[in-house]
Ligand binder design. Structure first.
Ligand code: KG4
Ligand code: ZN
Length: 334
């Protein structure tokens, strides 16, 4: 019997839908909301409204691209959290209505579990146990993944997420939101050793990015004062130095966790795993320490519904379903 899952992701500013059939992604559609660019960050109310407008066309496109009819779907999945409440509600409500009307199971997926399970969309797939550095706009975690449905956060940020540190640094360089990818692009042409910023070390495998953010802010402010035009004239070197510092911070704890736990399978996930410097740092470790590294394809790094679909597959197979009176949780525990 075939297993067809429709998955919906609406936790932040992308409205996405995907169709998974017997473990294979048939379509993966994403509508990115450009409305937020002019505000320098995601405006929750505008995100919810845009999800409302996008959700039906995005789902229809996912179905038609997959050549699947609505009545062939065996289960419908949605992002249960964490995320923006109004945004989550749109996806959850849509999924619930469809599950109710079609009398099919409803599957609630944790957004961060899905980022990790995105590694099981394509080959090569990591073997268990593996460590996953999960880095996005809202999270920075080192996760010990024992099985598809058995994961534990062993380290995390105590304040800002690394994606936020990228985005806020970009803002200081007057780059539009989300600035992470733009820092990455500028950094390719800059000198990563040009400037040093002070990094905060935390106990164990935890992170803190608020100190370095302040250090970057003060550095830029002071240099701009003594040398007007400094920021504009040195954007590439600043971006490269910021990127090096942030990637170093990520790698120090990841290396420590891998060594302590004697784990050689190491993966990265989440929006920041699209970062070219983080990717090459990981490949470097693979060579130096014999790690088997797993880096998702670009389209599965940032928010998408294919990752919700694959995560839903493991819940479907274990018959873990959501009741129709479920409501999403913006702070859903890991
Ligand atoms: O996982 P994601 O798409 O959404 C959240 O769940 O947050 O991650 C978005 C984050 C943003 O902070 C964005 O700037 C960052 O990922 N990002 C990057 C790159 N691509 C996306 N940061 C650094 N370099 C990149 N190439
Ligand atoms: Zn995400």
């Amino acid at each position: 019997m075939s297993e067809i899952i429709l998955a919906i992701e609406s936790s932040c500013d992308e409205t996405a839908a995907a169709i998974l059939k017997n473990g294979t992604i048939l379509s993966n559609i994403i509508a990115t909301q450009s409305i937020h660019e002019k505000y320098g960050g995601v405006v929750p109310e505008l995100a919810s409204r845009a999800h409302q407008q996008n959700i039906i066309p995005v789902v229809e496109e996912a179905l038609s691209a997959a050549k699947i009819a609505k009545n062939e779907i065996n289960a419908v999945a949605y992002t249960k959290g964490p995320g923006l409440l109004g945004a989550l509600l749109v996806g959850a409500q849509f999924a619930k209505s469809l599950a109710y009307a079609m009398e099919i199971p409803l599957i609630g997926v944790h957004h961060m579990h899905a980022h990790i399970l995105a590694h099981f969309i394509e080959e090569p797939k990591p073997g268990f146990p593996f460590l996953c550095l999960t880095v996005s706009g809202g999270h920075t975690q080192i996760v010990l993944v024992r099985d598809y449905l058995d994961m534990e956060v062993i380290g995390q940020t105590k304040d800002d997420a690394v994606g936020e540190a990228f985005d806020k640094s970009a803002k200081m360089l007057e780059l539009p939101y989300p600035g992470g990818p733009l820092i990455d692009k500028l950094a390719q042409k800059g000198n990563p050793m040009a400037y040093e910023f002070s990094k905060t070390d935390m106990p164990g495998y935890d992170y803190s990015f608020s100190g370095i953010k302040t250090s970057i802010l003060y550095f830029l402010r002071d240099r701009e004062k003594s040398e007007p035009g400094f920021v504009q004239n040195n954007k590439e070197d600043i971006a490269a130095s910021v990127q090096r510092a942030l990637v170093e911070m990520l790698m120090v704890k990841l290396r420590k966790a891998a060594k302590d736990l004697k784990i050689k399978n190491v993966a990265i996930a989440g929006g920041v795993s699209a970062n070219s410097s983080l990717r090459s740092a990981l490949l470097n470790e693979a060579e130096k320490r014999n790690w088997n590294v797993f880096i998702p394809a670009f389209e599965y790094c940032t928010d998408n519904a294919a990752m919700i679909a694959i995560a839903a597959k493991y819940k479907y197979e274990a018959s873990i379903f959501e009741a129709l009176d479920d409501s999403p949780n913006p702070r859903l525990p890991f």
